[in-house]
Design a protein around this ligand. Sequence first.
Ligand SMILES: Nc1ncnc2c1ncn2[C@@H]1O[C@H](COP(=O)(O)OP(=O)(O)OP(=O)(O)O)[C@@H](O)[C@H]1O
Length: 519
Amino acid sequence: MDNEKDKSCQGNYDLFRELDPAALQKKFLNALLKIQNVRRGSIWMKRGRTYVCVEAAGIDSENIVGVTLDAGSPSIVGWVIENGKMTIAKPGSDRRHNREVESHFAIKSSQILCFPLLIDGQVFGAVQVIDTHPDGIYLNLDSSHLSPLQALVEVCSISLWNAMRYSREKKKNRRLSSTLSRIEKENTIIGQSKAFHTSMKLVKSYADTDFNVLITGESGTGKELVAERLHRDSARVNSPFLAQNCSAIPETLLESELFGYKKGAFTGATRDRSGLFEAADGGTVFLDEIGDMPMGTQAALLRVLQKNEIKPLGDSRVQYINVRIIAATNKDLVGMIRENQFRQDLYYRLSILPVHLPPLRDRREDIPLLARHFLYTESKKAKIPEKKIAPETIHHLVAYTWPGNIRELENLIRYLMVTTQDEIIKPGDLPEHIREASPDEITKHTDPMPSDPQTNGAQCLRDISAMTWPDLEKAYVRALMEKFNWNITWAAKASGINRSTFASRMRKLDIHRGTGPSL
Ligand SMILES: Nc1ncnc2c1ncn2[C@@H]1O[C@H](COP(=O)(O)OP(=O)(O)OP(=O)(O)O)[C@@H](O)[C@H]1O
């Protein structure tokens, strides 16, 4: 007897451990059928105004899985679901029974025992066990037998509901993880400063067109990243994006890379080879460091732009190609044109849509965002726990001038991830040249106070005799806040009063970011 009990407990543990809803439904139904010594049974779920059979056992079960009953049509499961009560029914005489479904069965049902599936008092389905013996002699409807059965149905209902929820969440989690890794792979572009936003707005509008784009900006400002984004957001997205750096590469080699060559075109050309333009046909060619392109190659590139055709080295025939060109440079092409180092006609064709990416020192608000972004992505790549960055460390990063721009910041984060022992990156972990940068550095490196009287309170300081004391204070506080990118600590430090007094004056003067000067 004890042995029997152990077996039954073990069976129940197996049931409750199951997390796959389909497998759990099957085990649950089989357990009930075994206890009641019958072979036919089914589980139904409520879906809106219908009931769907999700699991069935016994002869004819293949005819019932997937059957959907309308809430308006008669059915025992429907009645149990709507009333939330267990019921016993004799199909022959019970008006609730669905004769249409039964008519497809070779062996008829004689007695049905059906329980609701409940979670927190709400019905989400029903389970029925069915006697097919003509005299209905198998189902044990004795109350001493029914009440433990009822208890089992109740706990199995909870298990089933949890398994369904777990499976839903698991699917959702998988979808989110794949979106996240796609975003990570796509090289997310980070930035919310006004300067960056203005450039990105232009980029977004350029993506819808097919004109050539010229991206200018200092080294490491994200020109290649933006070029990739332009391609990805354009109609050419399903064709290649191929990049060529035009600097520090001999003229013949660059031309053969771009346009390809025929066998025998030069010593070492042992076979035909197609170039970048041909390989990128239908897509986008990104020409980085276009300012370093030799004059001869510039002439060949002009032909591509004028006629949409390329001539591989050593070939007498031309090939028609269809590419969009995005070029980038950190050089002053206009100055180079003046000095006859860059072709003016090429410049005009390349720069139909120009965009300038601001240096990092002109978008200091983005530095904390970028630093945290790189900490996150780099630690994910390296599969190591993500370190945090102390607010004081961020202050030094924001104050530093970043001649190498975002690339320099990215490399610094990699360095800090390796060299910092602690979980939190503190100012002492920074290399000396960055640690030396303090909020005062900003004053040295940022423009003097802007002179537009409509947009900056600093102008008001020029004519202080015409101002009231509160106006003057307001203009002063606003000017400081703008100068220090709305960092209260630094603004307070520069004003020579403590932070909380400064913050309280700001509140009193009703100064907020985004609101215009009140003068
Ligand atoms: N806004 C941004 N958000 C996140 N990462 C960025 C951003 N801008 C640049 N980066 C990262 O900074 C690094 C340098 O960017 P990128 O190579 O695009 O700069 P670049 O201007 O083309 O540099 P160069 O002129 O030296 O070729 C890359 O690793 C890039 O992923």
